[in-house]
Ligand binder design. Structure first.
Ligand code: TRP
Length: 331
């Protein structure tokens, strides 16, 4: 960060079911971040996946799906460090070391743990409980200054900041306290069928969730059947969550603001408007899907890209671990 450029780190869950909300809120931010960050580091967080029931063979496939989606969207391994979390063992080692300055109470307060463990708290894996410590290790291993994540990860970032502060207070100034970076406005993309809730592959509706890899026909069908609101005005307003969401989506696809969209569709009906939104989403996602189809079959190529990224990542993380181990009194 010699010339004041940030060290950016973010992690993304391995799933091939990335949706429009992920694309707008996270993936586009990563692509933009790779020229701002020095370096920008992006990681497919497969170690986090074992905190809930999973299939090993499936996990490997989903990592490759995710890698191909991110590369298709414009991540360039020449301009960023892109790797698979489990390839860099420093993440797991640092997790254990940071647990010395993390309290049981800290982890017990995490809302994601409460939500994901639900009523079966006693049966939830210890990995689910430990998830935030691994996430802290991900970021702190690179002494990252910026962490771009969705609002749902705010509490985890606050905890990693606290862990870094406590570590530095106890063992000496070794770690960097990172800043949370939330996506710009317009990044809260809502479910097309239930526009009061965020678009999500786990909690949302199937028809209301546009996947990055949906084909054109599917996209047109989902956008065409999106819930609008009573009235016929294309106007963003709190009592028009459906229309507001579509306006935001089109504004992002076109690279303009809400006002321009409202002006353009002033006096036109929802039919014209929805067709324009569908066109916009198709234009946004079709090139990504096409590129994905080219990249995904080349598993050896994807593995080689991830391995090269892991090597660059390891060089940075290993240096941090040398300092951490030394301060903590290890050999
Ligand atoms: N928990 C994050 C999510 O669900 C993913 C993640 C893991 C992450 N490690 C990270 C994000 C480090 C930012 C930094 O979205």
């Amino acid at each position: 960060m010699a010339d004041g450029r940030p060290i950016i780190f973010s992690g993304i869950q391995p799933t091939g079911r990335k949706h429009l909300g992920n694309f707008i809120g996270a993936i586009r931010q990563y692509v933009e971040g790779q020229d701002r960050g020095d370096p920008a580091i992006f990681c497919v967080v497969d170690l986090h996946s074992i905190s809930v029931p999973y299939e090993p063979a499936d996990l490997r496939e989903r990592v490759l799906d995710t890698a191909a989606i991110l590369l298709a969207a414009g991540l360039d391994p020449e301009r960023c460090i892109f790797f698979r979390q489990s390839d860099v063992r420093e993440h797991t080692e640092l997790t254990w070391l940071l647990s010395a300055v993390t309290s049981h109470g800290d982890l017990d307060r995490m809302t994601q743990f409460k939500e994901k463990s639900g009523r079966a708290r006693e049966l939830a894996s210890a990995a689910l409980f430990y998830y935030p410590v691994l996430m802290a290790a991900d970021v702190l291993a690179y002494r990252a200054t910026e962490v771009p994540v969705g609002d749902d990860q705010r509490q985890h970032v606050e905890l990693m900041r606290e862990i870094a502060r406590r570590f530095n207070a106890r063992f000496g100034e070794v770690l960097v306290v990172p800043e949370l970076v939330l996506p710009e406005v317009g990044a809260r993309i809502m479910d097309l069928q239930e526009p009061e809730r965020k678009m999500s592959t786990t909690g949302g509706t199937e028809a209301g969730t546009v996947l990055v890899l949906d084909d054109e026909k599917t996209i047109r069908k989902k956008v065409g059947s999106a819930v609008t609101d009573s009235g016929r005005e294309v106007r963003a307003a709190p009592d028009k969550p459906g229309v507001t969401n579509l306006i935001d989506i089109l504004a992002v696809a076109r690279g303009t603001g809400r006002a321009e969209i409202e002006r353009e569709f002033d006096g036109l009906g929802y039919g014209d408007f929805k067709r324009a939104v569908a066109d916009g989403v198709v234009e946004l996602l079709a090139p990504v899907r096409e590129r994905y189809e080219e990249l995904r079959p080349d598993e050896a190529g994807l593995e080689a890209t991830l391995a090269a990224g892991a090597e660059k990542a390891r060089a940075i993380a290993a240096a941090t671990l040398v300092d951490v181990r030394e301060r903590m009194g290890f050999g």
